[in-house]
Design a protein around this ligand. Structure first.
Ligand SMILES: C[S@@+](CC[C@H](N)C(=O)[O-])C[C@H]1O[C@@H](n2cnc3c(N)ncnc32)[C@H](O)[C@@H]1O
Length: 241
């Protein structure tokens, strides 16, 4: 999934996820939680968030599975400024203690079993200093849009992109399908990513298993209240002091 082509395309174009308002709010939220301490980003990717957070003055370390994604990050910032360890965020241990561990952009759902997701929470807790926080940004499973008998939920129908999710509620697996028009010749590139979705309440339980307690849950990086209609949440758990 995260090979060379995907890495080169990932944040090359201006989209909502790379826009100044969204990134500014994301970095502001995380910087406040990091305080005077260090931050660890699980699945740091190309450094979309980690690099501006580092520029804001927060020391950031990353863990990333894809060497291709990390190579794009490395073109933006050197190893001394922002170290990255290649490995699995559920199990990889890096030196030091952190006031903040964060895992954004739905990436906890890339871990496809409950056991791996629990391990990921445990790994976050392992890296936190007492009182430190773990932040997860994740979509709310779109099951309200899936009437009985229907298997797919469209999430984007535009000139350049058709996107829909297929959902297996028994296995709690969602596959996001993308058809993206690349050039002017009218051809579409197909891509798909597999996710294990989880309700916020399941994440709260994973946090508890890892020795973390809920600090807050909001709907976006500006801190809007999380409601029954929120399509995603940003959840913060704290390690006991
Ligand atoms: C949607 S991108 C998010 C990247 C970055 N956090 C951001 O917000 O732009 C997902 C990233 O997760 C990485 N990833 C997926 N599974 C992982 C795992 N088990 N451990 C570490 N990284 C993982 C992928 O290689 C990819 O870089």
């Amino acid at each position: 999934m995260w090979g060379r082509d995907a890495a080169e395309r990932y944040d090359a174009e201006e989209t909502e996820m790379t826009s100044a308002p969204v990134l500014g709010a994301t970095v502001g939220f995380l910087a406040e939680l990091a305080g005077d301490g260090r931050a660890l980003e699980f699945a740091i990717g190309t450094g979309r968030v980690g690099v501006p957070l580092r520029e804001r003055g927060v020391p950031v370390t990353g863990i990333e599975l894809s060497e291709h994604m990390a190579a794009v990050l490395r073109r933006k910032v050197d190893e001394d400024t922002l170290p990255v360890v290649i490995g699995d965020m559920a199990t990889t241990v890096v030196p030091g203690e952190f006031s903040l561990v964060y895992l954004v952009y739905n990436t906890v759902s890339n871990l496809l079993t409950q056991d791996e997701q629990v391990e990921c929470f445990r790994n976050a807790a392992r890296h936190l200093r007492p009182g430190g926080r773990f932040v997860v940004e994740l979509g709310v499973p779109p099951l309200r849009f899936l009437p009985p008998g229907q298997v797919a939920v469209p999430f984007d129908v535009s000139e350049r992109h058709l996107g829909f999710d297929t959902i297996d509620p028994v296995e709690q697996i969602l596959v996001s399908h993308h058809f993206t028009r690349d050039g002017e010749d009218g051809r579409y590139r197909r891509g798909a990513s597999r996710h294990r979705y989880a309700w916020p309440a399941e994440l709260d339980l994973m946090a508890r298993i890892a020795g973390l307690e809920r600090d807050r849950r909001v709907a976006d990086w500006d801190g809007a209240p999380f409601t029954q209609d929120s399509p995603k949440h940003i959840s913060v758990w704290r390690k006991s002091a």
